[in-house]
Design a protein around this ligand. Structure first.
Ligand SMILES: Nc1nc2c(ncn2[C@@H]2O[C@H](COP(=O)(O)OP(=O)(O)OP(=O)(O)O)[C@@H](O)[C@H]2O)c(=O)[nH]1
Ligand SMILES: [Mg+2]
Length: 654
């Protein structure tokens, strides 16, 4: 193995290392989604290019809320910067569309924090309330943590202004764009929810008791008993928040500084900012850094920057076409894009490794096969890291086939290189003998003996020098075949030999040739056996990788389910506590429905996985059968040959 520079193992280390680093640190935010003059949302290509480079998982924090409430300022704090997202100092709304800032995650290694600052809601000048709901639903769809920002208190007006939440069922679908309202599963895919209350001036005190910020939020989200229209309208946004988001958290920020300074907050000396405001801001940031989860797609696929880019494009294109974004469709679209890319990436890993190896051709068979094994393993790992929902193993099979095809080509290239090397070696070694033939040196009595000795020397030297070559036996066989005519001529011209001795020599010549031919066949057979051994190991490894991928998939699926279940059970207990028997019963049936659906998904996945393993095993068996058949045919060819007696060309006839 020492002969190979940049072998698979060294490259593997390099690759793992470079992958970890694949993120970007932007020094300022960029516009991700803009509003065209006709009011349609459009994705900014340059922002997608930034996301395309991020191969790390992303934690996505989006902020939403009424315009002019300090959202951009708060996002800058999360980026650890005083300035960045543009702040407005007039009453006009500042941020338009959705802006993005990608920074290395401050506490999670190998993760990128993506901050999404959205256009303020409720700006009457816009005159299009649907636009607001679209921005709101995009923030929900794209984020793993949604920060709702508002000013003052969480009073009924603040909650009523959140009618966007109640409209989400119209703007987000789970399975198909025309499904009837089914929001029972939103909790599985929705971000965690944080309410940031700015300029909060009240005492945290309910009924004379000190309360926490979270208790304050729970108090504000309390449902009212009753069934009147008024009560239903009061309860609806609260119920939606309670039901859709898997977790809730609240931060109450005091006034940041004195009123004269508030417009210049971003340029203000920190000493001028209230200590309590800074303390809450720090706590808020720390909470997000510690608790915000990596963004997951439906069915638990981890979202990287690159996937987030696809998601943004898919959702915005859907919305622009007038359709409703559908999680399931997005996952399918994403899977197609990512699986195709995963196939390419895997194949490139294999190809680039083997292309480097090609520079060292010809190699011994065990060297080339062990490198092939290592690179094809790396290729499958690379594929699996990126692929998802390849439930029928279509893309994995294509990758295996492409690799196997390429491997055959590399083996052929190696054989050609080995053949050229062996031929040139024989040509150099046989040069003096060729010279002698041309000079007629052997055309004399006793010439055949001399010729045999010279030939024997060449063969011995060749066998020593070319002992590692895959084509050693075949090239020698060809060489000896080419020498038949000249050998016969020398034999005939040797007067020292009797007619009988000549016949014996001729017979021996034939035996030597036959033996070499058999040797070449046996060498081919040995090489085939080696290939079979490697294939068998590769097959076992592939099955192991498929099982590993499935276990990971199942684990993520279970976690997703547990998170949703926990949230629903908490809500059910709270409803029962407060005497909402009817709503609690409804929640109980939702829990049952969720359980049923999860069971369905798990069963389906188990079936798909079992089939995938069976298919993989069947493919392996088929591959092995092809090799075995080849082996049998070669074996038959060897066995059908008459075995010559061991022959030597040390020629003296006694
Ligand atoms: N009173 C008060 N003002 C703030 C606070 N945070 C920021 N500001 C100021 O409020 C103004 C608007 O801040 P932005 O961060 O641009 O608010 P925004 O919500 O992003 O505004 P839009 O993008 O227009 O929706 C700026 O002058 C800020 O300095 C805060 O906590 N309280
Ligand atoms: Mg803003």
């Amino acid at each position: 193995m020492g002969r190979i520079s940049g072998s698979c193992r060294q490259l593997r280390l390099k690759l793992d290392w470079s992958e970890l680093k694949q993120t970007v640190a932007m020094d300022k935010p960029v516009c991700l989604i803009d509003t065209a003059s006709d009011g349609k949302l459009c994705v900014q290509q340059s922002a997608l290019q930034v996301l395309e480079q991020i191969q790390q998982p992303v934690v996505v924090v989006a902020v939403v809320g009424l315009y002019r409430t300090g959202k951009s300022y708060l996002m800058n704090r999360l980026a650890g910067q005083q300035t960045g997202f543009a702040l407005g100092s007039t009453i006009e709304s500042k941020t338009k569309g959705i802006w993005m800032w990608c920074v290395p995650h401050p506490t999670k290694a190998e993760t990128t924090l993506v901050l999404l600052d959205t256009e303020g809601l409720g700006d009457v000048d816009k005159g299009d309330s649907k636009h607001d709901t679209r921005i709101f639903s995009l923030a929900v769809l794209l984020s793993s943590t949604l920060v709702l920002n508002s000013r003052g208190t969480i009073d009924n007006r603040a909650i009523e202004e959140l009618q966007y939440v109640t409209e989400l069922t119209e703007y987000i679908k789970i399975k198909s764009p025309d499904e009837v309202v089914d929001d029972g599963e939103f909790v599985k895919f929705f971000p965690s929810f944080i309410w940031a209350v700015r300029d909060f001036t009240l005492q945290l005190n309910i009924d004379g008791k000190d309360t926490t910020e979270d208790e304050y939020l729970e108090f504000a989200l309390k449902l009212k008993l009753g069934n009147s229209i008024h009560v239903n309208n009061y309860n609806l946004p609260r119920e939606c928040i309670r039901k859709y988001f898997p977790s809730r958290k609240c931060f109450t920020f005091p006034f940041p500084t004195n009123p004269d300074n508030v417009s210049y907050l971003e340029t203000l000396d920190p000493a001028e900012i209230s200590k309590r405001f800074l303390e809450v801001t720090d706590r808020f940031c720390q909470f997000i850094f510690d608790q915000s989860q990596v963004k997951n797609l439906k069915d638990g696929y981890t979202v990287t920057g690159r996937v987030l880019g696809h998601l943004v494009k898919t959702y915005v294109d859907t919305i622009s076409s007038g359709a409703v974004p559908c999680l399931e469709n997005a996952v399918i679209a994403m899977a197609t894009i990512e699986n195709e890319a995963a196939f390419q990436e895997g194949l490139e890993v294999y190809q680039s490794g083997m292309e480097k190896l090609k520079n060292s051709f010809p190699l011994e068979l065990n060297e080339i096969t062990s490198e092939h094994q290592c690179f094809s393993l790396m290729a499958t790992q690379t594929f699996m890291k990126r692929s998802f929902k390849d439930s029928d193993g279509k893309y994995l099979t294509s990758l295996e086939e492409a690799i196997s095809h390429q491997f055959d080509r590399y083996l052929w290239d190696n054989e050609k290189a080995s053949e050229a090397k062996c031929e040139s070696l024989l040509s150099v070694l046989s040069e003096p003998m060729t010279e002698r033939i041309n000079q007629g040196f052997y055309a004399k009595a006793g010439g055949y003996d001399l010729f045999c000795q010279d030939l024997e020397d060449i063969v011995n030297q060749y066998n020593t020098l070319a002992c590692q070559e895959v084509k050693i036996a075949e090239v020698l066989e060809k060489f000896l075949q080419q020498k038949v005519a000249v050998t016969t001529a020398i034999l005939q011209a040797d007067d020292k030999l009797t007619e009988n001795e000549r016949r014996i020599c001729e017979e021996r010549e034939r035996a030597v040739l036959l033996e070499q031919e058999i040797k070449a066949q046996e060498e081919r057979q040995r090489q085939l056996e080696e290939k079979m051994k490697i294939e068998e190991q590769n097959n076992e490894e592939r099955v192991r990788q498929v099982i590993q991928m499935m276990e990971k998939d199942m684990f993520v699926q279970q976690q997703e389910t547990e998170r949703a279940m926990d949230s629903k059970l908490r809500e059910q207990t709270a409803l029962l506590d407060k005497g909402f028997q009817e709503k609690a019963n409804k929640m109980a049936s939702e829990i049952e429905e969720l359980k049923r659906k999860n069971k369905e998904v798990e069963d389906r996945k188990s079936r798909e996985f079992a089939k995938m393993i069976a298919d993989q095993e069947q493919r392996n068996a088929q591959n092995m059968e092809v090799l075995r058949q080849q082996h049998r045919q070669q074996m038959d060819a060897i066995n059908s040959r008459p075995r010559p007696r061991p022959a030597s060309r040390s020629c003296s006839i006694q």
